[in-house]
Write a new protein. Structure first.
Length: 507
């Protein structure tokens, strides 16, 4: 009956009210879904609040449930308690004639406060001159935060630091204060946003699905506009502009590990390795080429002409991302591939999701795990050799939560005879970051290393012999963590890219 009455309230005020509750102790939570930027909806909310009080009393409920009355409901408690409230008031008046103890509470002093008056959004709604929104979409994400703090369970930087300003909720609060001009931009403030791995774990555990990573990216753009791009990121981006990669490496080094048999050619399938693979995690290059050659795929690479996709510039809020898109679009137009297959999770997200937002990019993009999965399904890629190893798969954030690719890598691993696939306790959409995301590894190596260490330690606890990932950046972070574990005699783990394991299984 109460729920039915709540529905009628919703209809009367033309707002959605989501009602849920605790069956065991019989309490209901009726949540009004509203746009906090609209003053007229706040006016409706105040009326709804009063109607809820009438409803609770009508159905012989209580205004306080298991909580205190606070300030909002204090003036109404006499309606529920009647004579007993007057008795309590008499006792309170005799003990505290000057009303100095807990003033305004319990409805003893007849004060009615308008506590719902726009609440935290007052500055924004009144459009004060210092208010500078991030754009409607981001502003709405900020307003959607319930301040519940559930994101603490997901946020890897909070888990390591225990500091709220390095938790998703803390970052949302800081972003709101940037928006209203209450907190001046500073190096210290920038540090909170650049310490985020942009892993989106907060969104996976958030009851309101708040896009904190997008909020962080918007705050970073604002910080960059005002000159707070961290020096380390400025240097890396400058390197990309000058050398085509963040590591100051010469372009010709990209093909150092190509097999001597490789010939420059054109093909419908263009394999894009990315900078970390080309210069640091180089074993992925011959492994990928070996797999494709064995299956007989006609593919091309850009060799020395490959250029950084620019994801780091995007992540750190730099405008120069557009410049890197232009450079790559020009190169792609010369190769004119039908599809791009990349071994890097970051490049994959960048080409598949970000390039189409900024230009006329229309090429099909696949991550190597999707491509290999297709080859297995079509029967072109078959495994015969047994690989008797216990392997745990680490979901890269850029591939999993960002792009929703969870099953193809698992299907590939399960297709290898003898291989035993283990799972982290937190896997797929809840998988913890390797610590290297969002530019954190360059910005705060210690924090990044601690996050990776915890992830690798769990792999060892699960009894894995090999951690496999599908992103060279994850591999690099986890490899360093595995070395630390080994040094501390807490486990021996090998870390491999999925292409390396597949190539080994085919050899
Ligand atoms: S971001 Fe989500 S989980 Fe975190 S406080 Fe806000 S609503 Fe709660
Ligand atoms: S994106 Fe990751 S690191 Fe950043 S606030 Fe969310 S959970 Fe924390």
């Amino acid at each position: 009956e109460t729920i039915e009455d709540i529905r009628k309230v919703a209809e009367r005020h033309n707002l959605t009210i989501a009602t849920f509750g605790h069956v065991g102790d019989g309490n209901l939570h009726a949540c009004v879904i509203m746009d906090p930027t609209k003053p007229e909806q706040w006016a409706e909310l105040k009326e709804i609040g009063k109607e809820f009080i009438e409803l609770a009393l009508k159905h012989k409920g209580t205004l306080s449930a298991e909580h205190g009355l606070g300030i909002a409901k204090a003036p109404f408690i006499e309606k529920e308690l009647g004579l007993s409230h007057r008795v309590m008031k008499t006792i309170k008046d005799s003990l505290d004639p000057d009303h100095i103890l807990n003033p305004g509470k319990m409805g003893f002093d007849q004060t009615v406060r308008d506590v719902l008056d726009y609440s935290a959004y007052k500055d924004f709604i009144e459009g004060l001159p210092e208010v500078k929104g991030f754009g409607e979409k981001i502003d709405q994400e900020i307003f959607a935060c319930l301040m519940c703090g559930f994101c603490r369970a997901g946020c890897p930087t909070y888990r390591e630091t225990g500091v709220e300003s390095k938790n998703a909720r803390g970052r949302v609060i800081l972003a709101y204060n940037i928006l209203t001009g209450k907190v001046p931009l500073s190096k210290e403030l920038a540090e909170k946003f650049y310490a985020c791995t942009v892993c989106m774990n907060c969104k996976a555990v958030c009851p309101a699905g708040v896009g904190v990573a997008e909020i962080v990216e918007a705050a970073r753009r604002r910080l960059v506009e005002e000159g707070y791009l961290p020096e380390v990121h400025r240097m890396l981006i400058e390197n990309i502009a000058q050398f085509g990669n963040p590591f100051q490496e010469p372009p010709e080094k990209r093909t150092d590990v190509y097999p001597s048999t490789y010939k420059v050619k054109e093909a419908e399938t263009l394999v894009f390795f990315g900078c970390v693979t080309s210069y640091q995690d180089i074993q992925v290059v011959p492994s990928t080429m070996d797999i494709l050659d064995r299956v007989g795929i006609d593919y091309a690479t850009m060799g020395n002409e490959e250029h950084c996709c620019g994801y780091l510039a995007y992540l750190t809020g730099s405008e120069r991302f557009k410049e890197f898109i232009e450079r790559n679009l020009e190169r792609f137009s010369r190769y004119a591939p039908k599809r791009i297959v990349t071994t890097c999770a970051g490049c994959y997200k960048t080409f598949k999701e970000l390039y189409p937002q900024h230009g006329t990019f229309r090429i099909e993009v696949l991550h190597i795990v999707e491509y290999l999965d297709q080859l297995i399904t079509s029967g072109k890629l078959k495994f015969e050799k047994s690989v008797d190893r216990k392997v745990i798969y680490h979901d890269p954030c850029d591939l999993g939560r960002h792009m929703n690719i969870y099953e193809p890598p698992r299907r590939i691993l399960q297709a290898i005879p003898g291989l035993r696939l283990l799972e982290f306790k937190e896997n797929r959409s809840l998988a913890k970051c390797c610590g290297g995301g969002g530019g954190l590894k360059a910005f705060d190596l210690d924090l990044s290393g601690d996050i990776a260490y915890r992830r690798a330690a769990e792999a060892a606890e699960q009894g894995a012999e090999i951690i496999v990932s599908a992103c060279p950046s994850c591999k690099s972070s986890l490899q360093q963590a595995a070395a630390r574990l080994r040094k501390e005699k807490k486990g021996r783990l090998k870390v491999m890219d999925i292409t390396e394991l597949v190539a080994e299984a085919l050899a």
